[in-house]
Ligand binder design. Structure first.
Ligand code: NAP
Length: 454
């Protein structure tokens, strides 16, 4: 199958690329490995210079990069620009801090000197999704390259232009050729890349189903693996919450990137005292979202990334309605060209519905009513996912206590879940394992080596 760049706003093919055969893959991995063997010896100052240059290029050409994202997945241009700027920030962050994060750690023992060093691990394979086609890649590659590793990327097959632009970005920033290589391989060939002796580790961001397969392959070949998988984050609104703020941010969290974000507020859980007012405000603000051509500056909701994903989402919605959920807004297939789906709300969602248990990866809000705080916590944890969570209350101290009872990789109080290069990011349970970003992220793909001197 070729890689197809198809614009979901028009459903027209923009470009196609042939995928590689196994010989092409083996040669590319060998070149990446040979390059990394030299790169691993470079000083941090050398690495930082190039990483800062990558940041500068991203910042200078932000609109051009953003347009690639908008063309390939329909993300509103404004959001695509913000994604590219966040990539620049992340590159600068690791250019500045990698050396400190990977300093030798002296440890007093019976030796005259003993310490831990953080050596490069080798070539890291990144298997990445389309929903943040630049940021997901930068999130693993900026720390990996700064740690002295090489990176090979198997990107989602609907974002080949973004994938190739990222390879060119690192080359233009004067990283050695092949140190970052985009592999134009198919999903079925990922197993060959994992098995290749030149690859030492794999980081995967994407669906739970594919994550299980990647983890099994990595396990079989004893390769270190980090998994960033799906989520169904709870957004708990307690009785003393600021409802203006809570509704503004729940709408933003649920509908940004047309609802296609792993950390979106996928299960909104208001407690009984404020539920009616919350739902009414939430619905009013959702109705105001501007739908249209994602290239327009004012557009807030563009198409979904692919028609098949939209149709899959609609099936989850119609099944949930048949199972008892109430259609509070939207929930009907848009007519016309493009993979558009209207911002929708499913209210009174219960454990008898698909929407309660499954990740809805599109612009559909699920509202689950809780009788009280205790039930809200129970519902929040009644999921196989464990990525993020958000709790809203005037009493931040009390909300912090609630957060301690939530089983997830992060809890945000009076704020929507978002990633930040300074903070670790990742999940538990079926949302995966391992962490990206902060010093935790850079230490995932290093050889934590003990040195002991008599
Ligand atoms: P996906 O279908 O799992 O695809 C992700 C990547 O895996 C793509 O490059 C895909 O290649 C590849 N792939 C798919 N099946 C594979 C297999 N059997 N073996 C090897 N590689 C395989 O996920 P998606 O639809 O692109 O992304 C949406 C999901 O990602 C959602 O569940 C979302 O929550 C999750 N996500 C999680 C995070 C996080 O940080 N936790 C961030 C973003 C997204 P092809 O395109 O060629 O199939």
């Amino acid at each position: 199958m070729p890689y197809i760049s198809l614009n979901p706003t028009t459903n027209k093919i923009v470009k196609t690329y042939n995928s590689w055969d196994s010989q092409h893959l083996a040669t590319a991995l060998e070149k990446a490995y040979n390059t990394q063997q030299i790169w691993r010896e470079t000083a941090f100052a050398e690495r930082s210079k190039r990483m800062n240059r990558a940041a500068m290029l991203l910042h200078e050409d932000v609109t051009e990069y953003a347009k690639l994202i908008t063309v390939e997945i329909g993300k509103p241009l404004r959001e695509a620009c913000a994604e590219v700027e966040k990539c620049a920030l992340t590159c600068r962050y690791y250019a500045t801090h990698a050396k400190d994060f990977l300093q030798d750690e002296i440890i007093q023992t019976d030796a005259s000197k003993s310490y831990v060093s953080y050596d490069p691990i080798g070539i890291v394979l990144g298997v990445m999704p389309w929903n943040f086609p630049f940021f997901q890649v930068i999130r693993f590659s900026a720390p990996a390259l700064m740690a002295g590793n090489g990176c090979v990327l198997k990107h989602a097959s609907n974002v080949p232009q973004c994938a190739l632009a990222l390879e060119k970005l690192f080359y233009d920033a004067e990283f050695p050729r092949y140190l970052f290589t985009t592999l134009m391989i198919e999903a079925a060939d990922v197993v060959d890349a994992i098995a290749n002796p030149h690859v030492q580790a794999v980081t995967f961001t994407g669906s739970e189903a594919a994550g299980r397969k990647i983890a099994a392959h990595a396990g079989q070949h004893l390769k270190k693996c980090v998994l960033e998988l799906g989520g169904s984050d709870a957004f708990i609104v307690l009785k003393d919450a600021d409802l203006e703020q809570a509704t503004t941010f729940s709408v933003k969290s649920r509908f940004q990137n047309c609802g296609q974000s792993c950390i979106a507020a996928k299960r909104i859980i208001p407690v009984a005292e404020i539920a009616d007012e919350f739902v009414s405000l939430f619905k009013a603000k959702t109705t105001e979202l501007i739908i249209g051509d994602p290239m327009n500056e004012s557009t807030q909701i563009g198409p979904m990334a692919r028609l098949d994903l939209r149709n899959e989402l609609h099936l989850q919605v119609t099944d949930s309605i048949a199972q008892g959920a109430q259609m509070a807004l939207g929930c009907e297939l848009a007519t016309g060209e493009g993979a558009f789906y209207p911002p929708s709300i499913l209210d009174q969602v219960t454990a008898q519905t698909r929407a309660y248990h499954e990740e809805l990866f599109g612009p559909v809000a699920t509202i689950i009513h809780a009788a009280n705080e205790e039930e809200a916590i129970h519902i929040a944890n009644d999921t196989r996912f464990g990525l993020g969570s958000s709790i809203w209350s005037h009493d931040a101290e009390h909300a912090e206590k609630v957060a301690q009872k939530i089983h997830a990789g992060c809890s945000f109080i009076n704020g929507m879940v978002k990633s930040d290069p300074r903070l670790p990011f990742g999940g538990i349970k079926s949302s995966g394992f391992g962490r990206e970003l902060s010093y935790h992220g850079i230490r995932e793909f290093v050889n934590t080596k003990t040195v002991w001197i008599r």
